[in-house]
Design a protein around this ligand. Structure first.
Ligand code: AMP
Length: 397
């Protein structure tokens, strides 16, 4: 793997793609800086070599032009504090200001460019735009795993301008190492735990996992489509009716491949989508009309926990219920505890997919007690589906 360890950055300007797409509150305070902290080792390596760093990132989903609320200026103060130096800022990621500020950088300095997605050319993967970004640096480094599944100008196309001077940053290398370990070298028994809202988002992943795992646990909102497909009553729970035949097909395929599927035995139901709703526990497939399933029940927790605790490799993507509401977070919390127990007591390797699973692990302060929490949601899913990520291919080719 071509990592920055193979480069001495002395007197070089590194054009570094990071994923600083961090959540901000209404006053633009960062509510979770994990992604920024994760990029610090790469930045520091370049600076310690005697190089300078030009940081590029996106933030939020601007509609193709500048929008103050999505300015990366909001994170400048925190970034400067984290690096213990004054990070410079260019209010445009290309053009005269960016060119001048990049030109004037001296070793040891860091320049942050304004949000790349203020140009629609970024997401279009426009080559001319990528060329303008490329002109700012001597070496290209990609440390943005969270956007590695996108063929955008800054994540993929820009690498074409650095045929011999392109590298993975430490975060990318670590993410790929851990994903690879689970995808291709999993110690058995290998259990995947799938949850979250929609079956449709995870079908490809489930299909590809059937060739690798011994056990597949399915919980969260997506389990109700399975329950309905099997003839159960699910009240007003989440349902993707058009996916019901596919659910049955997946169950059939699992049987043929010898994969054990574990679906919830019981479910915690609510009379409305509210933390303070009336709630009770019923068997799967016996949800009364006008009630909705928002969490897995105690019998499911016991069953799932047992399977997890006996596993040697664990991949978890998606919560077991609406964990954002404390009264419906018990199932997700119990799964976190089981994954932690397997990791600590059974020496299992546990990889937690980004997105909501990472948020759940963080909510329960268990990030340090599992093997690895990925910073990539979609990127990790696509990697696990067996797709070649454009951001990875661009460095490897
Ligand atoms: P995903 O992004 O697909 O992993 O979905 C995560 C979201 O699914 C979280 O915001 C959860 O609140 C939500 N979720 C999980 N279980 C349920 C459920 N039973 N009903 C509604 N939403 C759910």
């Amino acid at each position: 793997m071509k990592t920055i360890d193979q480069c001495n950055f002395k007197d070089k300007k590194a054009l570094l793609r990071v994923d600083f797409n961090v959540p901000l509150d209404k006053e633009f305070n960062i509510t979770d800086d994990k992604r920024m902290r994760a990029a610090l080792p790469t930045i520091n390596k370049i600076l310690n070599d005697g190089g300078s760093v030009i940081l590029m990132s996106h933030l939020g989903r601007p509609k193709g032009g500048p929008e103050a609320k999505f300015s990366l200026k909001h994170i400048l103060g925190d970034l400067s504090r984290m690096l213990d130096l004054e990070v410079k800022f260019s209010t445009d990621c290309i053009g005269q200001e960016a060119t001048d500020k990049a030109l004037n950088l001296v070793p040891g300095q860091v320049l942050l460019l304004e949000n790349l997605r203020f140009y629609k050319e970024e997401e279009e993967g426009n080559k001319e735009f990528a060329g303008k970004l490329a002109s700012l640096g001597d070496v290209y480094v990609n440390d943005a795993f969270g956007t590695a599944h996108r063929a955008h100008a800054s994540t993929s196309i820009v690498a074409e301008f650095f045929p011999t001077a392109k590298y993975f940053g430490y975060l990318m290398a670590e993410e790929l190492k851990n994903a690879e370990k689970v995808n291709h070298h999993a110690v058995k028994p290998f259990t995947a735990i799938m949850g979250g809202a929609k079956v449709s988002d995870k079908i490809l992943l489930i299909e590809s996992l059937l060739d690798k795992v011994d056990n597949l646990i399915i919980g969260g909102g997506m389990a109700y489509t399975f329950a309905k497909a099997q003839g159960g009553e699910i009240g007003t729970s989440l349902l993707e009716a058009d996916r019901m035949p596919l659910c049955l097909e997946l169950l059939e395929k699992a049987k043929l491949k010898g994969v054990k599927i574990f679906l919830p035995l019981d479910t915690v139901i609510a009379d409305k989508f509210d933390n303070e709703a009336d709630k009770k526990t019923v068997n799967t497939g016996e949800i009364p009309q006008d009630w909705m399933g928002l969490d897995i029940g105690p019998k499911s927790i016991e069953l799932f926990s047992e399977v997890i605790k006996n596993s040697k490799t664990l991949l978890w993507n998606g919560p077991m219920g609406v964990f954002e509401m404390d009264n419906f977070a018990h199932g997700t919390r119990a799964i976190v505890d089981a994954v932690v127990a397997a990791t600590q007591e059974n020496d299992a390797f546990s990889l937690i997919g980004g997105g909501d699973s990472a948020a759940a692990i963080a909510k329960f302060n268990m990030e340090d007690k599992v093997s690895y929490v990925s910073t990539g949601g979609g990127a990790l899913l696509e990697y696990m589906e067996g797709k070649e990520l454009p951001g990875v291919k661009a460095i490897n080719s």
